[in-house]
Design a protein around this ligand. Structure first.
Ligand code: ZN
Length: 203
């Protein structure tokens, strides 16, 4: 399986990192080794002094497809989740400034944390789905999917022009504003549509 991630999909997050608004979705990949073991803490890697959390709505692909039209995209998933795209921000800034690829900053072991999956039929409205991340009991990120520049079906249409989607692939749909650093012993809790999706400690 592969993990397809979207960058710069929320206007307020683009502004907080002083990035420009893209004309089409920013797409990058993580390998399957990036998936974090859900029963273990997140371990801050030695190569970074500034790892950021990025809470994101996740989509699990349930059938193979290529060149999927947006109007049919809803047939390609029936589970939605919430996860964290852990990002070594210091490493990413160094790579970005040199115009180099981001993988060392974005695709390292454990960088893709995946919470519980929920049937989409159990969610209120996929186009207006509230979610949040709490750090040590305080809300640090809070948004809903109506704020995405490209919604889930538009993302699937775009991604599948380039990459064949396969069963089990996971799309990370981008993070809203409020990203920040993690420190040892932080407790990260994610909420999707009012339900707790995950609870994760940082080590
Ligand atoms: Zn992200």
């Amino acid at each position: 399986m592969k993990i397809i991630c979207i960058g710069r999909n929320y206007a307020a997050h683009i502004d907080e990192l002083n990035n420009s608004r893209p004309d089409s979705p920013v797409v990058f990949l993580k390998p399957d080794t990036a998936i974090a073991q859900s029963n273990l803490p997140f371990f801050i890697p030695e190569f970074s002094n500034d790892v950021h959390y990025e809470v994101e709505v996740l989509v699990k692909i349930n059938r193979i497809g290529k060149h999927i039209q947006a109007k049919f995209a809803h047939k390609y998933y029936d589970e939605i989740g919430l996860g964290i795209d852990f990002t070594a921000r210091d490493v990413q800034q160094a790579l970005k400034s040199k115009g180099l690829p981001w993988e060392k900053a974005k695709a390292f072991d454990g960088s893709a944390y995946v919470g519980n999956w929920v049937k989409k039929s159990d969610l209120t409205d996929l186009n207006n789905l509230p979610f949040s991340l709490h750090k040590n009991g305080e809300v640090v990120q809070q948004a809903d999917t109506s704020l995405m520049l490209w919604g889930i079906d538009a993302l699937i249409a775009h991604i599948s022009q380039f990459f064949t989607l396969k069963i089990g692939d996971i799309i990370f749909t981008g993070t809203p504003e409020g990203v920040g650093s993690v420190a040892k012993n932080d407790l990260l809790e994610g909420f999707l549509d009012g339900q707790k999706s995950f609870s994760l400690t940082v080590k």
